[in-house]
Design a protein around this ligand. Structure first.
Ligand SMILES: Nc1ncnc2c1ncn2[C@@H]1O[C@H](COP(=O)(O)OP(=O)(O)O)[C@@H](O)[C@H]1O
Ligand SMILES: [Mg+2]
Length: 311
């Protein structure tokens, strides 16, 4: 069985800027890969190359064994792309919008009816088919965009920042839909900078920075590899003590990073006894409301792997 997506040494340059340089990775069939990276890292350019919308300068991408360079129509048949931007036409209902794209995909009239019903069911748009597209909330707009992407029942789904701009409830619902798609055997590549979302739904992670792939692997094994020699601590203190707590911790040699997170601090330190951290905080008379060692999370992997480079 070929890979769902097999990215082979692709490079894309805009003028003298290498938006994507020599990226190679593969996504096995039926898996979900989360692609993360700061703005300008090259994520959208990479996704657009996978979807045949941008030609690589060199290298190739195979989607279920078909080359984006030489067999773009075969690729498009198997792949659904949900872009980050969405043009919403005026005066068009959800039903009409989906009907239009189903026609473009070449579905017969009876197939169109069944498919539109199925995708509306899956994205929980059933019963709202008459609602106008340009008045939709961001959450419903994303559902519609996903419904459209699924019309031709692609085996491979590529989604560019689908959760950006969504409120927590809509994000939750989107995550649930993506999990359902994964359970139906779809291969999913999703880019985002909402790390907890990616951590929740992906079994593989890829991190890009300044056009390069800096990390790729199974989330579980990455967490294990990173947990081997470092500890991760979550700390909460009253707001008034936060800056001092950070200063105190950063002065300790075993503390590698100390980032604001979730109304507290997320600390990565050497495999020293974390009691030293507690002792230093207490000595500085910082009021600790929460202190806990935790598993290494994706945010910490991300912070350690990337250097804050921009193109
Ligand atoms: N069509 C384009 N023309 C010129 N530069 C582009 C174009 N598309 C992207 N870039 C540049 O390539 C780099 C990567 O952009 P992009 O792939 O959109 O990154 P990301 O999606 O990770 O934010 C950025 O510096 C961006 O300005
Ligand atoms: Mg982008």
């Amino acid at each position: 069985m070929p890979f769902a997506i097999d990215v082979r040494d692709v490079t894309r340059t805009y003028d003298d800027l290498q938006a994507v340089s020599q990226v190679t990775f593969a996504l096995p069939v039926g898996r979900t890969l989360g692609l993360i990276g700061p703005n300008g890292a090259g994520k959208t350019t990479l996704l657009r190359m996978i979807c045949t919308l941008v030609q690589p300068d060199c290298g190739d991408v195979l989607v279920q064994g078909f080359s984006v360079r030489h067999q773009p129509r075969e690729v498009r048949r198997r792949l659904g792309f949900m872009p980050a931007e969405f043009g919403s036409p005026r005066g068009v209902s959800i039903a009409e919008y989906l009907e239009y794209f189903a026609c473009l995909f070449g579905l017969s009239a009876s197939d169109r009816k069944a498919r539109i019903r199925d995708v509306c069911e899956l994205t929980e748009l059933r019963g709202r088919e008459a609602v106008l597209v340009n008045g939709l909330s961001t959450g419903n707009r994303q559902r519609l965009l996903l419904a459209k992407t699924l019309l031709h029942d692609p085996a491979v789904l590529v989604m560019d920042e689908p959760a950006s701009g969504l409120d927590p409830r809509a994000r939750n619902e989107l995550r649930a839909i993506i999990r359902t798609l994964a359970s139906l055997g779809k291969s999913v590549l999703i880019s985002s900078h909402i790390l907890p979302d990616i951590e929740d739904i992906s079994d593989q992670i890829a991190i890009m920075e300044a056009g390069q792939l800096v990390l790729h692997g199974d989330l579980g094994s990455l967490q294990q590899a990173h947990a081997d020699h470092r500890r991760s601590v979550r700390l909460k203190v009253p707001e008034a003590d936060l800056a001092r707590a950070r200063e105190t911790l950063l002065a300790l040699p075993q503390v590698q990073s100390c980032q604001p997170a979730d109304r507290g601090l997320s600390i990565v330190c050497d495999e020293a006894d974390t009691n030293d951290l507690l002792a230093a905080l207490l000595q500085a008379q910082i009021r600790i409301t929460f202190f806990s060692e935790s598993d290494v999370d994706l945010e910490q992997i991300f912070m350690r792997t990337t250097a804050g480079k921009v193109t």
